[in-house]
Design a protein around this ligand. Structure first.
Ligand code: HMG
Ligand code: MG
Length: 306
């Protein structure tokens, strides 16, 4: 398979990246991060989630963040909505403040489904069904995130058959695109390819993306293995921020900076300005009082300093 010549990256930093931060990050900082990412050329940004503030206090300012963003034409803004309550909250605002895309999120592992969204896989699909229907009826694009497609913090290794089953269920309720997530970053390239293969039995190649956390340092390898299958869309997080509060041991998503560096080095276009992206990652890392969790950003910041 020929490698894609262009890749679309969805920066999930403002949502997946920040949801795990203990200290409340002000809405103004989240909004500034979104602005910097769109100025760097990102065309899709996962902004926030409409989940229970008791479960994820960091995302309690979801409506304020959505209202504060200066929309840039051509950029798609997405939010997580696990149920009708979340979806209704996401569209309680005037239409110009609605998300362009919503994300329902399920898991290939029963135990993770219970820990993350407090219901079984089958129940989650029944909760998603009216959300998908209502969103599509309103012209909002629907993505499905599939967690734990190679490994689960509670059940261990996950067989591709489980991914096959979940992808089929997502397709069955009208989800338009799915992300194959290695939630805890345990996957290695061949296992990730098997999870993608299972997904591609139900979704077109253009409707599948990779979402790799980098806990074991495998995310770039997993990205390359996905590219070799023709997958051209990936979720990444500026400065490698992140983790899931319900996935013990999970660290951040692969850093957007590292993926952009790799892709540009391979002659693959992203439309992203790496220097501006590094500034965005440095902005949020400075706010959080730590160094960017990106090898490429670290190397290029060191080079700038010399
Ligand atoms: P539940 O407790 O089962 O829901 O939560 P419930 O319907 O029984 O309601 C209980 C209470 O929650 C009620 O409030 C509801 O109103 C409220 P009370 O009457 O007790 O005051 N509630 C809500 N409030 C705000 N927004 C809502 C909402 N729904 C109910 N949407 C629920 C179910 C899914 C809401 C809960 O389990 C939850 O919020 N979980 C958090 C899930 C989450 O955000 N996880 C992290 C994101 S997923 C992720 O990171 C993985 C991903 O990156 C891919 C990967 O890497 O794998 C996407
Ligand atoms: Mg994630």
């Amino acid at each position: 398979m020929k490698l894609p010549s262009r890749v679309k990256l969805v920066d999930v930093g403002p949502r997946d990246g920040l949801q795990n931060e203990k200290a409340q990050v002000p809405a103004a900082v989240k909004i500034e991060l979104v602005h910097r990412l769109q100025d760097a050329g990102l065309t899709e940004i996962e902004v926030t989630s409409f989940v229970s503030p008791k479960w994820v206090p960091q995302m309690a300012d979801n409506a304020e963040v959505m209202a504060g963003i200066r929309r840039k034409p051509g950029v798609r803004y997405s939010v997580l909505t696990p149920n009708m309550k979340g979806f209704e909250a996401a569209i309680a605002s005037p239409r110009e403040l609605w998300p362009d895309e919503i994300v329902v999120f399920g898991a290939a592992s029963e135990a993770f489904s219970q820990k993350n969204i407090n219901c079984s896989i089958a129940e989650s699909i029944e909760r998603f069904r009216p959300v998908v229907e209502a969103a599509r009826e309103k012209g909002i694009y629907v993505r499905g995130a599939m967690s734990c497609t190679v490994g689960c913090p509670y059940e261990g290794e996950i067989a591709p058959e489980r991914v096959d089953m979940l992808a089929g269920l997502m397709k069955g309720i009208g989800v338009q695109h799915v992300g194959v997530a290695d939630t805890i970053g345990v996957g290695t390239p061949l296992k990730v390819q098997r999870a993608l293969d299972a997904t591609l039995r139900h979704f077109d190649l253009n409707d599948v993306s990779g979402h790799f956390h980098d806990t074991y340092g495998q995310a770039l390898g997993n990205t390359l293995a996905s590219l070799q299958m023709g997958v051209w869309q990936f979720d990444t997080s500026s400065a490698g921020l992140g983790g899931c509060p319900f996935a013990k041991g999970a660290t951040g998503n692969v850093a957007t900076e590292d993926v952009v560096y790799m892709l540009h080095g391979m002659g693959i276009e992203t439309g992203i300005d790496l220097d501006k992206l590094i500034d965005a990652g440095k902005f949020i890392s400075d706010f959080l009082g730590r160094k960017p969790n990106s090898r490429a950003a670290t190397a290029l910041l060191n080079k700038r300093a010399n």
